[in-house]
Design a protein around this ligand. Structure first.
Ligand code: SF4
Length: 348
């Protein structure tokens, strides 16, 4: 790709409304926008030349300012359990990761929404890396499009690097493209967006998208959560949950809470009792997650017996609780382990 092509804006990642604005600006017929969307998202072409039902003149006009847009992964690591971790360069010269997690007849792709993250959660490698930039909608979707296992993906979770609701202006268009009839036409039930609980972003996401919501909870107690997740100082978890309770989620949409189990910190009967109180009246589930040790953190994971007992106690309280299988730990692809710090700073 020459320098001139690199500077051209991507069409991939634009919503139909954005494509309509582009064709209007180029004084092309309005229906051209739908034709372009079809080439981008249903046929997934990689160049303007492949958009055969557009005249040479139309393609020429588009090519003056735009390219389709595509970035191939620059590295892949494979785990002994079948999980793969893909490394992608970003347009801003940073790096992000996506984790592909096959499981019998399903396969989940965990995508990043930012390079690094601002949120500084104590247990997270991405948080330790700091923030390097937002991804565009096209860069988010490119992680799906360019995956060699593209055809096998059954679910996408926005749980990779970054806080998706801190980059709503790219995340919402990406969700629209995935679910719109002119886009990929996926059911929103195949998509889960995770957040640490940024209330204004969560409100907007719940109104504008039908994808599932996952909230990182990790402890029901204010003082403990402040230590684990600085966001608690801005949006306390009680307020996050009361917002969700007020929202009519409908029957199809799922709310789940992610709960990493830390030894002696958030894994006691006291926590079960408080969780039951906090989530009372909300149709939801809890996913318990094993903590994967990361460098330079004092935290330790709960043992298997505690995990199991915690799950049983919550189930007895009427909260559907599952233990998430750990995947890709050997290649640092498991929850909270994604980091491209070495590539950003040249350090370990
Ligand atoms: Fe950011 Fe999520 Fe890591 Fe927290 S857990 S630092 S929000 S990527």
């Amino acid at each position: 790709m020459d320098a001139k092509t690199e500077q051209k804006e991507w069409l991939y990642g634009k919503t139909l409304t954005e494509l309509e604005a582009i064709v209007q600006q180029l004084e092309l017929p309005k229906f051209t926008a739908k034709q372009i969307a079809n080439w981008l998202y249903q046929k997934e072409v990689s160049s303007l030349e492949e958009m055969l039902n557009l005249s040479l003149k139309v393609r020429g006009k588009l090519a003056e300012k735009y390219q389709v847009g595509f970035i191939d992964n620059s590295n892949v690591q494979a785990s002994i359990d079948g999980t793969k971790k893909y490394l992608f360069p970003t347009l801003g010269g940073k790096f992000i990761e996506a984790a592909y997690i096959p499981d019998r007849d399903r396969a989940t792709l965990c995508v990043s929404s930012q390079a690094g993250c601002k949120m500084g959660c104590l247990f997270c490698m991405t948080g330790k890396q700091g923030f390097q930039g937002h991804l565009t909608s096209g860069e988010i979707l490119n992680q799906i499009k360019s995956l060699p296992e593209r055809e096998t993906i059954s679910n996408v979770v926005y749980m990779g690097m970054g806080e998706p609701l801190d980059n709503l202006s790219a995340v919402l268009p990406s969700l629209e493209i995935l679910t719109a009839e002119w886009g990929y036409a996926w059911s929103p039930k195949r998509i889960t967006v995770s957040t640490i609980g940024i209330i204004p972003g969560m409100d907007e996401f719940l109104e504008k998208s039908n994808a599932h919501l996952a909230v990182s909870l990790h402890t029901p107690f204010d003082d403990e959560r402040r230590k684990l997740m600085p966001i608690q100082n801005v949006y306390p978890i009680e307020q996050v949950i009361s917002h969700i309770k007020k929202f009519n989620m409908g029957k199809q949409r799922r709310v789940s809470f992610e709960y990493i189990m830390f030894k002696g910190l958030n894994d006691t009967p006291r926590h079960v009792k408080e969780l039951a109180k906090l989530l009372n009246g909300l149709r939801c589930r809890i996913n318990l997650i094993r903590f994967h040790p990361i460098p330079n953190t004092p935290l330790e994971g709960s043992n298997e017996a505690t995990l199991k007992s915690f799950q049983e106690q919550l189930n007895q309280k009427g909260i559907t609780t599952t233990i998430r299988a750990s995947r890709g730990q050997d290649i640092f692809a498991a929850c909270g382990m994604l980091s491209t710090k070495a590539m950003v700073t040249g350090s370990e």
